[in-house]
Design a protein. Structure first.
Length: 685
């Protein structure tokens, strides 16, 4: 609609004026969603290939068919519930990919094992569905509930990721339904004609992998205390290692553009601001790889996307938006930009930003000083700034009150002015009309209200030297008199041009960011600065609070943890209802903390921060752990009830779960690879 209207207006444009596109969210969304759909298709293809390789042609095709039906069915329900195709909803499908095939794998594995033991296909299918349908349902509900705190979160993170929980609920419940209904039906068709030959070893677990796993399991179980001690040691080591993992909130986007906030000294005229912005803009346009540059002086751009927060109106502020041809050249160009501005405009305070994916977008680190006296607030802020400047990892250090500005204040001669019938308010209105302008009315354009401002011509209002010769109307004399006749002189003083308040209290915010082109995260820098800043002695009535990414992350976690206890209690109760006891659920839940071993090791090895996306992966992993544990314990009980000893029951049950667990893990890993930034940057636009 917008493009069509612009095309219609093209012929009405004055010569020399061009309309250029700064950012088109529909196009970016289309690229991102297209990339996600392609990666989802590739992930599904990878999963099917893995299944074909490890489970054979018929089993692989069967599970692949069930997976495709589940994904397509999820799309149908998404359409019905008006859930759009976007990064979060499609990402939920990728996260659930391993769990989607797990239900079908359990059923197919049970049918294969049953037929190898001499049962008919119908009998094997009936037995495995009867045996696993309720454990699989309970495990699936638990896996879905693990993500409920995100879907039910009331903060901006919950709003941003709300569809994650909904899509997971739809897809996982659909996978359970297809596993117990369509999978046995298609198994009877796919496995028709597949018979066990006479004299063939009917033991389904006599393969090399099963034999080696059985020996390893036997070794660990016969040395149970040593195994438990080793696991506890690894868990403690991983918990310690977790304290050294970088922390982050949301990653940046791979959209090939960056923004630069430009701050000149407070009090700078907007024309001087615009002049310097033009110089920087021309330099950027000369650089290789730059496709478009947009500059705005006085305030930020219109809010062109959800995660962009425009700056308010300040004459000394400007913003430059630079779009490049490829994301790969972005960092190198930003480095050259940084050097150019530092060498040519040392008076400029600037901040480089990439497009953010999630909530936030302001300064990564914010220290807020709250109190009553502006002078004391600035004194404390100066100490905070000194601490930040002393840290080599802190950049873009500034505060929101900016520099104090010089003010020339005419002194009103009240006794003399009274003779002319002039009040202090009259002089203030006159000076305001003569320079900055005074609102004298409102112009209504439909629902839009615009102020009508009256002031002198530009030539007259920029020359302060003529202020004494300016003439003001005297009601008593009915004529204009020189302004000098009602003035005692001038007073030059410094004042705060900006005073920010929170809850009606003065608040000065000192801001900083980690190096955008470095490897350090905001959490690491915050941890280093926090103890030093909190050691500053605050006068009575003054306090310090933290904002920025620390506050955003804390708010998200607080909202998350408000619902998480009830969610996990519900998950635990489901396991209790499944087994009708407490002992078995405790065994299952004791495996969940062990996931930290793999998570901490992987993040430390790859030097990857633990952010919101990593949290999603951890929740997914917890759901898979609980699901595997429930099915395993259920199988152990069945083996014991059939007359086997507890030791043999554990071994036999564990062997029966080797292939399903390995398949679910391998398919999840390989399916998620296509979503990594290094393989598909379009997903993170």
């Amino acid at each position: 609609m917008v493009d069509k209207r612009l095309a219609e207006l093209k012929f009405q444009q004055p010569i020399g004026i061009e309309i250029s596109e700064i950012y088109s969210q529909p196009k970016e969304v289309d690229k991102s969603v297209s990339g996600f759909v392609i990666s989802l298709g590739q992930a599904v293809a990878i999963v099917i290939v893995v299944l074909l390789f490890f489970m054979g042609l018929r089993s692989g095709l069967l599970i692949g068919l069930i997976l495709l039906l589940t994904v397509l069915g999820t799309f149908v329900f998404m359409k019905y519930f008006a859930i759009d195709l976007q990064r979060i909803s499609l990402g939920a499908l990728v996260i659930a990919l391993g769990m989607l095939v797990d239900n079908a794998i359990v059923v197919v594995e049970g049918i294969l094992v049953g037929t190898q033991k001499g049962r008919t296909r119908l009998q094997a299918a009936t037995d495995i569905v009867t045996q696993t349908k309720w454990p699989l349902l309970g495990a699936t509900v638990i896996a879905v509930t693990a993500f409920a705190p995100i879907g039910l979160s009331q903060d901006s993170t919950g709003e941003y990721c709300g569809t994650l929980f909904t899509v997971l609920l739809i897809s996982l419940m659909l996978s359970w339904f297809t596993a117990i209904s369509l999978t046995p039906f298609f198994a009877d068709i796919f496995f028709k004609g597949q018979k066990v030959k006479e004299g063939e070893n009917n033991d389904p677990y006599n393969g090399f992998v099963f034999v080696m796993y059985k020996k390893f399991l036997d070794f660990c179980m016969r040395r149970a205390w040593l195994t438990v001690a080793l696991l506890i040691g690894m868990l403690v080591g991983s918990l310690y290692g977790f304290t050294h993992i970088k922390q982050a909130f949301f990653p940046s986007s791979t959209t090939p553009m960056f923004l630069s906030d430009i701050w000149l000294p407070e009090g700078t005229d907007i024309r001087a601001t615009n002049t310097k912005l033009k110089v920087i803009e021309n330099w950027l346009l000369e650089q290789d790889g730059v496709s478009h540059v947009t500059t705005t002086a006085g305030k930020g751009l219109q809010r062109f996307m959800l995660t962009y927060t425009p700056e308010k109106s300040y004459a000394s502020y400007g913003e430059i938006v630079t779009r490049v041809e490829s994301y790969e050249v972005l960092d190198e160009l930003m480095l050259r930009y940084r050097e150019y501005v530092a060498n040519n405009f040392p008076e400029i305070n600037y901040k480089l930003k990439k497009i953010e994916l999630g909530p936030g977008g302001g300064a990564k680190i914010e220290a807020r000083i709250i109190g009553s006296d502006p002078t004391v607030l600035r004194t404390i802020a100066a100490q905070v700034v000194d601490i930040m400047n002393a840290d080599p990892g802190a950049t873009n250090i500034r505060h929101d009150w900016r520099e104090r500005t010089k003010v020339l204040e005419p002194l009103f001669n009240e006794s003399q002015a009274r003779r002319y019938g002039i009040t202090k308010s009259d002089m203030d209105d006159f000076l305001q009309m003569s320079f900055s302008g005074k609102s004298i009315g409102v112009y209504r354009d439909g629902t839009t209200l615009m102020p009508i401002v009256g002031r002198l011509t530009e030539k007259e209002r920029v020359d302060f030297r003529n202020i004494e010769g300016m003439k003001i109307w005297s009601p008593a004399l009915s004529e204009y008199i020189p302004l000098q006749q009602i003035m005692l002189g001038y007073e030059v003083r410094w004042e705060d041009p900006l005073i920010v308040r929170k809850n009606r209290k003065r608040m000065l915010t000192i801001m900083a960011d980690p190096d955008l082109l470095g490897e350090e995260t905001a959490a690491t820098l915050q941890k280093r600065l926090q103890s030093q800043i909190e050691a500053i002695e605050m006068p009575p009535g003054y306090s310090l609070e933290w904002g920025g990414e620390y506050e955003s992350s804390a708010d998200a976690q607080e909202s998350l943890f408000q619902t998480m206890p009830m969610g996990y209690l519900f998950m635990f109760l489901i396991t209790v209802f499944l087994f009708n006891s407490v002992k078995e659920p405790l065994i299952v839940w004791l495996t969940v903390p062990l996931a930290v071993i793999g998570v901490a090791s992987g993040l430390l090895l790859l030097d990857t921060p633990f952010g919101f996306m990593a949290l999603l992966g951890f929740l997914s992993l917890s759901g898979m752990l609980l699901k595997n544990g429930i099915v395993l314990i259920d199988q152990i009980e069945l083996e014991i009830n059939s007359g086997k000893s507890p030791y043999k029951a554990v071994v036999e049950a564990a062997l029966s779960r080797v292939r399903p667990v390995c398949m679910a893990a391998i398919t999840t890993i390989l399916g998620m690879i296509r979503c990594c930034r290094i393989f598909s940057s379009s997903l993170w636009r």
